[in-house]
Design a protein around this ligand. Structure first.
Ligand code: AMP
Ligand code: ZN
Length: 480
């Protein structure tokens, strides 16, 4: 099939023409969530970015096998002494709770489910097999019941750092002695298998100890199993490039001598107050807090489709900062785009078109073929919207054929590719509409220097639990 898609490959550090291994098919693996807590909005951005990529691959005619794992094996510790079974922390109960929660949130954002969603705990045997194989190749060693990947030995024949661009000398000089590192030959070595301490709940038998696999290994095991020793696309957030993905490259090469992935794609971070949104620092907002308005950051609640639109306004490789103003602007844009889509079916047609409709449609494809440039796609969709609004106003014309074509493509790009959905309630509820009218009347009163009326409106609204704020950016309001 003809293919114009260019994508930025972290491995080569440049945009490349995408050539899948098997014509017409794409194998894509994306690192999934750790299900020991709720996903925050930053996590969601990465999953939404790859959903958009998956959707555009489908729209381009590819048959895609999209694998996104669930990290459910990990470091839960608890004292098991003197408690009944039902009193004890049961990891699989926690895993179940947060997996269900994760799926609910993904659905609200209108993300397609992956075609395979494997769990780390369901692939312990595969992880043990790879560990044995890397040991056999002499690129790992056993130490006190744990197995470590020998980074320096690997680096004698390969290049540890080829993905992230890090240099092994700098990595060595940058490491200090940390706790527990005495088991390792070098601080750079990472665990393929860890012996479990007595308090560690999740454990499996292995040739080396009762223990659990190292985190990097699960993605190598599951991607190889479902997509092959070399596959097309591996994705994840930028913060996983090193060490997680670097270790995956090393494990893949050590395991079967092949470059495991042809195209590495990394999505950039969502920030809040200029800092990476991250669970560990507490600098987060949860999706549900945003949808219900139950948070201290935003002035009101936002619909998931408005949040998705907000994310699509940025390129997936750019940092995106989250704020009340940005979301409120996104809401206006979203409503504007949706209102044009609603008008499409009732648009008047003429014998010819005053603009080149095929060129407009081509611009949608050009934007997305350029490394999934959704902000340019949206700009082009808004240009089409401006043209259609002129048609509606009678100052431009469109033919019946062109309207049908444009309509079909605009809907395809907005709904199928960007994954947006028409929602009546998104910011366009009756309270919003009524508030727009009231604030306009108040502005008119202020313009007329009728301070009595303007203050009366504000005070009455305050009594009704609606706080009006006059700021540099204009007037905003929030309801308790
Ligand atoms: P985790 O559950 O921590 O492994 O994270 C799941 C995914 O979310 C990974 O691909 C991370 O790279 C990504 N991620 C974590 N924090 C952010 C953030 N602030 N913005 C965007 N993606 C993030
Ligand atoms: Zn991973």
């Amino acid at each position: 099939m003809e293919n114009k898609l260019q994508l930025y490959n972290t491995l080569s550090g440049q945009k490349e023409l995408f050539k899948p291994i098997a014509d017409g098919h794409v194998g894509m693996y994306v690192c999934g969530p750790t299900v020991y807590s709720d996903v925050h909005l930053g996590n969601c951005r990465t999953f939404i970015s790859f959903d958009m990529i998956y959707r555009y691959l489908l729209h381009s005619g590819y048959k895609v096998r999209y694998v996104r794992n669930i990290t459910d094996a990990g470091h839960l510790e608890a004292s098991l002494a003197g408690k009944s079974k039902l009193d004890q922390l049961e990891p699989m109960e926690i895993v179940q709770k947060y997996t269900v929660g994760f799926h609910d949130i993904m659905k609200m954002f209108n993300n397609h489910p992956p075609t395979i969603e494997p769990t780390a705990t369901g692939h312990i045997i595969e992880q043990i097999e790879i560990t044995k194989n890397i040991l056999d190749k002499g690129l790992a060693y056993e130490s006190n019941g744990s197995v470590y990947f020998d980074v320096e030995k690997y680096n004698q024949q390969e290049n540890y750092g080829e993905l992230s661009g890090r240099k092994i000398e700098d990595l060595i000089s940058g490491t200090r002695d940390l706790d527990g590192q005495d088991e390792k030959r070098s601080p750079l070595d990472f665990a393929l298998w860890k012996k479990a301490s007595p308090d560690h709940i999740m454990r499996w038998p292995s040739p080396w100890s009762s223990g659990f696999p190292g985190w990097h290994l699960e993605c190598t095991a599951m991607s190889t199993k479902y997509l092959g020793e070399t596959f097309d696309i591996h994705g994840g957030g930028m913060d996983l490039k090193f060490p997680h993905h670097e270790c995956e490259v090393a494990q893949g090469k050590a395991n079967n001598g092949k470059q495991p992935v042809n195209y590495w794609l990394h999505a950039n971070m969502l920030t809040l107050n200029g800092q990476k949104m991250s669970k560990s620092t507490g600098n987060t907002i949860l999706p549900m807090e945003l949808f219900t308005g139950d948070n201290t950051i935003m002035d009101k609640a936002y619909h998931p489709m408005v949040v998705r639109f907000f994310m699509m306004q940025a390129h997936y490789r750019s940092i995106l900062d989250f704020s009340s103003q940005a979301l409120s602007a996104a809401e206006k844009g979203f409503i504007k785009l949706m209102s044009v889509l609603k008008d499409l079916d009732s648009m008047k047609t003429s014998s010819n078109s005053s603009e080149d409709v095929q060129a407009i449609i081509n611009s949608f494809y050009t934007a997305m073929d350029d490394d999934f440039n959704t902000p340019i796609l949206l700009a082009n969709l808004f240009e089409a919207a401006t043209y259609l609004n002129k048609v509606k106003a009678g100052s431009s014309t469109i033919s019946k054929d062109d309207l049908e074509k444009l309509s079909k493509e605009m809907k395809a790009f907005v709904f199928d590719v960007l994954g947006l959905d028409m929602v009546e309630e998104a910011g366009s509820n009756q309270l919003d509409a009524a508030m727009d009218i009231i604030l306009e009347l108040r502005m008119k009163a202020r313009a007329d220097k009728d301070w009595g009326t303007s203050d009366l409106i504000r005070d009455k609204l305050t009594e009704a639990g609606i706080v009006v704020k006059d700021g540099a950016e204009g007037t905003s309001w929030s309801a308790n």
